[in-house]
Design a protein around this ligand. Structure first.
Ligand SMILES: Cc1cc2nc3c(=O)[nH]c(=O)nc-3n(C[C@H](O)[C@H](O)[C@H](O)COP(=O)(O)OP(=O)(O)OC[C@H]3O[C@@H](n4cnc5c(N)ncnc54)[C@H](O)[C@@H]3O)c2cc1C
Length: 356
């Protein structure tokens, strides 16, 4: 997740998540560049692209996801990119020049990060977001406004509530321009798609495992598939039907499965708590507890705004007044003391806690 620092000069080695001790552990056998292409549940084996068969007692699927590229004409042109791997960033680096025109498709966490990275490379990028405001998956309109003003102040050109309709080519097959659903045309030398992810769940077929409604290996709150020898963790797991695209839930799932495999006590994965703390473009945004409330009873929402620099909203149970969750943006209080009030009545000086 620190991939963008690669553009600032950090090396692949510095960004690896494992330390050498782990890879030298004789109990670990690392096989690179030979993905698992098939599997046999009855024989308890997985088959690699090199046709190696590996037996398992426990199989933990952690195949992550792949970028989703919306099916717009021109999306395969030269200089259309995604933003997930070192190779993607190398390709962007080879293309981009100071003063290049860049369009980022997607105004979520990843799109804003890609736009920020491009602006550091001398590009003044456009960001196109289908939803009415930035980061629709995490923020409400008020919190997104704080982020929007800050991002615009940094020079990002933001287009919310519209989508990319087509990417146009020059005669040499490279990107020339992008048209939007609202009819606008943006000059572009490159396009970076950061419009969401799709779980890599191809192995569900050979393993005959169920998928969630939106893809991903369907698992219960303990990350177990219907086969008691197979688990799924991270972005490829649809925990009780829902996939999670951030590291914290992935780590919680991995901890849970590790505990199960080593005979320790485990708590079920709490899918309603989507707490996140992110620092985007220098702006602090956070959510804690439950911030999405479909159905009844609808929570009481209390918003505190301080001009456009900071914003906080909390959700309270209408009957007991206990705290359900909240959204913070800008220079607000830390979410950690608030998290501990979830499920209880918040203190009377809530505003002081939110906007100290
Ligand atoms: C640029 C960027 C910035 C991000 N920033 C943040 C952030 O600030 N905060 C945050 O919480 N999250 C962030 N994320 C998201 C976070 O990185 C992901 O949620 C997390 O890495 C997912 O981990 P994972 O192990 O599930 O999947 P991955 O990290 O995608 O790992 C899955 C691995 O499995 C391999 N694989 C797939 N199929 C097979 C197969 N059949 N056989 C063998 N290997 C296979 C893949 O090659 C891949 O290496 C960011 C992501 C990106 C791209």
């Amino acid at each position: 997740m620190a991939l963008s620092t690669y553009l600032a000069g950090r090396s692949r080695d510095e960004l690896t998540l494992t330390d050498p001790d782990f890879l030298n552990d004789r109990r670990v056998e690392l096989r690179l560049a030979s993905p698992v292409v098939s599997a046999d549940r009855t024989a308890h084996t997985v088959v690699t692209a090199d046709d190696d068969r590996i037996r398992y007692d426990a199989l933990v699927l952690a195949t992550g996801s792949r970028p989703f590229v919306p099916p717009v004409p021109g999306r395969d042109l030269t200089h259309c990119f995604v933003y997930r791997t070192f190779e993607d960033l190398d390709a962007i680096l080879r293309t981009v020049r100071p003063g290049s025109q860049g369009v980022v498709v997607g105004g979520g966490l990843l799109g804003l990060e890609a736009a920020h990275a491009l602006s550091r490379l001398g590009v003044r990028p456009h960001v196109v977001e289908t939803a009415p405001h930035l980061m629709p998956a995490q923020l409400d309109a008020g919190a997104a406004e704080v982020l929007h003003r800050h991002a615009a102040g940094l020079g990002l050109r933001l287009h919310c509530g519209t989508a990319v309709a087509e990417v146009h080519a020059r005669s040499d097959g490279t990107v020339r321009a992008v048209t939007l659903g609202d009819g606008a045309t943006l000059d572009a030398d490159l396009v970076v798609f950061a419009a969401g992810i799709r779980p890599r769940d191809e192995l569900a077929g050979p393993l005959d495992l169920a998928r969630g409604e939106r893809g991903g290996f369907l698992v219960d709150a303990y990350c177990r598939t219907a086969d008691r020898h197979i688990w799924a963790v991270g972005e490829c797991a649809a925990v009780q039907g829902r996939c999670h695209g951030l590291v914290a839930p992935g780590y919680a799932m991995a901890e849970s499965v590790a505990a199960q495999l080593t005979g320790r006590d485990v708590e079920p994965f709490n899918r309603t708590d989507g707490s996140t703390t992110l620092k985007l473009l220098g702006v602090h945004v956070a959510t804690f507890g439950t911030t999405v409330h479909p159905g009844d009873p609808r929570p009481v929402e209390v918003a505190f705004a301080d001009g456009i620099a900071r914003y906080a909203k909390v959700f309270l149970r209408p009957d007991t007044g206990s705290l359900l969750g909240g959204i913070l943006a800008g220079d607000t209080g830390s979410r950690s003391p608030l998290g501990s009030f979830v499920g209880r009545r918040p203190p009377a000086d809530l505003e002081q806690l939110l906007l100290p």
